[in-house]
Design a protein. Structure first.
Length: 226
């Protein structure tokens, strides 16, 4: 069930401004009933500034009225709090993780050379200049850079990495099979098979035939396989 963005502050407002039961407030705010009791008794560690859920469009006055008339009524939230998402600018990386960026970049360059520098910059939250320096081994700290999986380092998610790999793969030219080479291989296999079978048929003795059959066993293996 969705909960208010600031449950304790919302509970404080509901305690001060409505006649809702502690149980109703606790369930709506996702709190324990004793927490609501503490807020009502002013025994909480800090006196909270109430947050009006009606003005926040999380609860309607009609819902409050229904709850006040019926202690068994459970309040229904109008909508959940909106999640704030970053839509512009580089990916934010915590300070504790920033020293791991070169290792993650080196890992992608080594294991997925098909991914462009722009895609790596978006994944790791770095600059093309840094990527180019690591790729060219001119980075100031290149001696201490060890390729490490950026997902394990917490620099990106497995889903984002897989998406970047799949997108890069689509831009790669498909490998063409040389049909002439395939035809030559099949022709050689047929020729060897015919020669071995002829050797078996022409064997004079049973021992020679057995030896020829033993020699013929590799016939059915592709001679190009190693």
């Amino acid at each position: 069930m969705a909960q208010p963005l600031m449950p304790h502050a919302t509970a404080s407002w509901l305690v001060d401004n409505t006649s809702l039961s502690f149980e109703q407030i606790a369930e709506f705010c996702g709190l324990h009933i004793l927490e609501v009791q503490a807020i009502a008794d002013d025994t909480a560690a800090t006196k909270l500034t109430g947050r009006d859920p009606v003005r926040a469009h999380e609860l309607t006055q009609d819902e409050i009225d229904k709850g006040q008339r019926d202690p068994d009524y459970r309040l229904k939230m109008t909508k959940g709090p909106e999640q704030v998402r970053r839509t512009k600018g580089p990916r934010y990386t915590p300070v504790s993780k920033r020293q791991d960026k070169p290792d993650g970049i080196a890992w992608i360059i080594r294991n997925h050379p098909e991914i462009s520098d722009g895609a790596i910059a978006n994944l790791i939250g770095t600059t093309r200049t840094t990527i180019a320096a690591i790729r060219d081994r001119t980075h100031w700290n290149i001696a201490n850079i060890t390729p490490k999986d950026p997902v394990t380092l917490g620099l990106t998610t497995q889903r984002e990495l897989d998406a970047a790999v799949a997108k890069a793969a689509k831009g790669q030219p498909e490998q063409q099979t040389d049909e002439r080479l395939a035809g030559d291989r099949e022709a050689l296999i047929e020729q060897l098979r015919a020669e071995r079978e002829a050797a078996i048929r022409n064997a004079d003795t049973e021992g020679e035939r057995a030896a020829a059959e033993a020699d013929a066993r590799p016939l059915f293996e592709d001679p190009f396989r190693r």
